[in-house]
Design a protein around this ligand. Structure first.
Ligand code: GLU
Length: 338
């Protein structure tokens, strides 16, 4: 069944920015008649106990979910299957070893390579230039000889990358273009580089896991922070490649990349920005117990996107994703404590 989802990383407590995105994901799913799923993205940087805290925090602002949350750490067989499916359909070399460090890639991708690209301003804008995300991988390790691979492997453990041009049947060195449909930002088009499928520490990479899980869970509505807008085209492309590899129909996923919450300097909200979690806000008396603070925070978050205060169900009826603000919301602790 088509579904919406929220996919927090259990690195610590959720702050107001995370809660606001989770709340919008819940409202968007409900407003479109989709069930709502939670996925714990715990492939790395996990803090013990954070998952339980985050589920309690989501519940405190009124978010409910329609199935047991899944954990990425328990799904590595699915990611391995996806890599195998790409190789089985497009050839062994459709996935190749890469020995580059971050520094190698930063140096290679800062070489002159044309405009960085942009996305359009809304559903009605025409022909956006392709977007080249930061850290775009130019293909350094794509065509190494067998002897060179043996030498490089001894120096540094290999990551695995997908050969996007090979899968698309393009000449090596060209990059396919892909588009994602976003309810707020319109069609977002980007060039697709050879994304990492498995990192060089052996962990499956975020871009693969998110695509495999969304397909496997039937997710066709992705609501998340707009810091991930640039990743949407390549994730769409990878999803479609996997669907082709498996002979499956690919869902026409709708995205909604929502503005982040930022501090007074305009930087993405972080723990050091004062009372930013429910626990912090309860400690500064806004109000003092977790479920009451959850309601207070919910109401302030609803107001920040022009929705009525009160139970989330009441916001569902009047929710219009295209009416959401596009600008980041500046966090002001006093809005919660007043
Ligand atoms: N786990 C990611 C985060 O917490 C979200 C990934 C996604 O929604 O695709 O930022």
């Amino acid at each position: 069944m088509p579904a919406g989802r929220y996919a927090p990383s259990p690195t610590g407590r959720l702050h107001v920015g995370n809660l606001r995105t989770g709340m919008l994901a819940w409202i968007a799913a409900r407003a479109s008649g989709r069930p709502f799923l939670l996925r714990v993205e715990d492939l790395d940087r996990v803090r013990s106990g954070a998952e339980e805290e985050q589920l309690a925090e989501l519940a405190a602002v009124g978010i409910t979910w329609d199935a047991e949350p899944v954990r990425q750490s328990e799904r590595t067989a699915l990611y391995a299957d996806a890599v195998a499916a790409l190789r089985a359909r497009f050839g062994e070399d459709a996935v190749y070893e890469c020995y580059c460090s971050r520094k190698d890639i930063a140096e290679a991708s800062s070489a002159p390579n044309g405009p960085a690209g942009q996305h359009d301003d809304g559903p009605s804008s025409a022909s956006p230039a392709p977007l080249r995300p930061p850290g775009f991988y130019p293909g350094t390790c794509r065509n190494l000889s067998a002897a060179e691979r043996v030498r490089r492997r001894a120096e540094r453990p290999a990551a695995l990358r997908v050969d996007a041009a090979r899968i698309e049947g393009l000449p090596s060195g060209q990059f396919p273009e892909a588009s994602a449909r976003d309810l707020l930002h319109g069609t977002v088009t980007g060039l697709v580089d050879d994304v990492v499928l498995r990192r060089n520490d052996g962990a499956y990479a975020y871009n693969l896991a998110v695509v495999v899980d969304d397909l496997e869970q039937g997710v066709d509505q992705v609501v998340r922070g707009d810091d991930l807008l640039d990743s949407a085209p390549r994730q769409r492309w990878l999803a479609e490649a996997l669907c082709v590899a498996r002979g499956d129909d690919c869902p026409d996923t709708e995205y909604l990349h929502v503005p982040l919450v930022v501090n007074a300097e305009g930087r993405r909200l972080a723990k050091r920005d004062g009372a930013v979690t429910l626990e912090d806000l309860a400690a500064v008396g806004a109000p003092a117990n977790l479920s009451a603070v959850g309601e207070r925070v919910r109401d302030v978050m609803l107001a920040s996107v022009g929705l009525p205060a009160g139970p989330l169900e009441d916001a569902v009826a009047v929710f219009d994703p295209r009416a959401l603000p596009r600008r980041a919301w500046v966090f002001d602790e006093t809005a919660f404590t007043a």
